[in-house]
Ligand binder design. Structure first.
Ligand code: NAD
Length: 331
């Protein structure tokens, strides 16, 4: 099997080269993102391997099909960037890595909370600059605070357990609740109750038409004054302009995001020497109570190992015609 590997970074190459040995697969790495201008690079490949910001719209899938691509292997969990109907029309199955390390993402959400709350990023910079003052570093105890978990799938459940460990009261919201979580003392509530009662709200639902901008002017208004909002799921769950409005009028006390609606073309790149043409991101990063990381929640050794092994296993299973639960069902 020949694999056209898009949007590769040095760490992808390191992990895939390590695990591809002995499979007989040949990987052709492309630094560029997959889109309609780069799709023909896949000519001669049986499989394309794509990541979160690669474009798998109908137009791109049609080109991939013409070049002879037979399978799409996503090396991520989310698949909001894939037109599944277009892939099904062309008879191209789409596989993903549904679970590589829920702990990696959940732990990063906790890292954002602790950093924003205890201002570790500011303390680090101050001390490097010889400033040992505590002024404006006041935080709050997590113990006894209410944490709202929006989406109680694999990541949301680990996150709830971690925050419960800090002594927080846990409120849950999900379209398909897992009643067993209530045995731990957590409580499922409707969305508006979760928003009204939580001191910290963390988003763990996938990006779907119905969840796009689930955080908007209306839902932000329901939140407690000075609440903390964390998003490690997908950028477009939050209407960024509305969140900025809520930060400006001091409704939202803290915002921690690992994902951003317009992250494509910015996140995963070193743009140190460039002027970043995104005033919204510039504004967000200038606020003292906003913390942005560049889609790194998944980025642990354990997760990279699992992503690589599962992606290669998906390709092996496809080649051998074996059924595999990582195949995304056609809508
Ligand atoms: P999952 O499928 O296990 O859980 C998603 C949960 O959301 C499910 O319980 C589902 O019932 C619920 N849900 C779906 N639609 C809903 C709706 N309309 N309203 C309420 N609940 C709804 O997914 P997961 O593995 O926990 O991952 C969650 C998301 O995290 C992924 O979709 C992905 O976008 C994101 N993610 C981000 C990173 C990162 O590095 N930042 C890494 C992996 C995953």
């Amino acid at each position: 099997m020949n694999i056209a590997f898009y949007s590769y970074k040095s760490y992808d190459k390191e992990w895939f080269n390590k695990h591809v040995e002995g499979t007989g697969f040949k990987i052709n790495y492309f630094r560029v993102k997959l889109d309609k201008s780069t799709a023909t690079y896949a000519r001669g490949a049986d499989v394309i391997c794509a990541f979160v910001n690669d474009d798998l719209s109908k137009e791109v899938i049609d080109i991939l099909s013409e070049t002879g691509v037979k399978m799409i292997a996503l090396r991520c969990a989310g698949f909001n960037n894939v037109d599944l109907e277009a892939a099904a029309e062309k008879g191209i199955p789409v596989y993903r890595v549904p679970e590589y390390s829920p702990n990696a993402v959940a732990e990063h959400a906790v890292a954002l909370i602790l950093t924003l709350n205890r201002k570790i990023h500011k303390a680090y910079n101050r001390i490097r600059d010889g400033n040992f003052s505590l002024s404006r570093l006041t935080g709050f105890n997590l113990q006894g605070k209410t944490v709202g978990v929006l989406g109680t799938g694999k990541i949301g459940r680990v996150f709830a357990d971690l925050m419960h460990g800090f002594g927080c009261r846990i409120l849950l919201y999900d379209k398909f609740p897992h009643p067993s979580l209530e045995e731990k003392g957590y409580k499922y509530v409707d969305l508006s109750t979760l928003l009204k009662e939580s001191d910290i709200i963390s988003l763990h639902v996938p990006l779907l038409p119905e969840t796009t901008h689930i955080i908007n002017r209306g839902t932000l208004k329901l939140m407690k004054d000075n609440a903390m909002l964390i998003n490690t799921s997908r950028g477009a769950l939050i209407n960024t302009e509305h969140a900025i409005e809520a930060l400006r009028n001091k409704k939202l006390g803290y915002l921690g995001i690992d994902v951003y609606e317009q992250e494509e073309g910015v996140f995963f790149h070193n743009l140190q020497e460039q002027i970043i043409d995104d005033d919204t991101l510039g504004l967000l990063t200038s606020f003292p109570n906003v913390l942005v990381t560049a889609h790194q929640a998944f980025f642990t050794r354990e997760a990279l190992d699992e992503i690589t092994k599962t992606t290669l296993q998906n390709i092996t299973d496809f080649k051998e015609g074996k059924s595999n639960g990582n195949l995304i069902p056609t809508p």
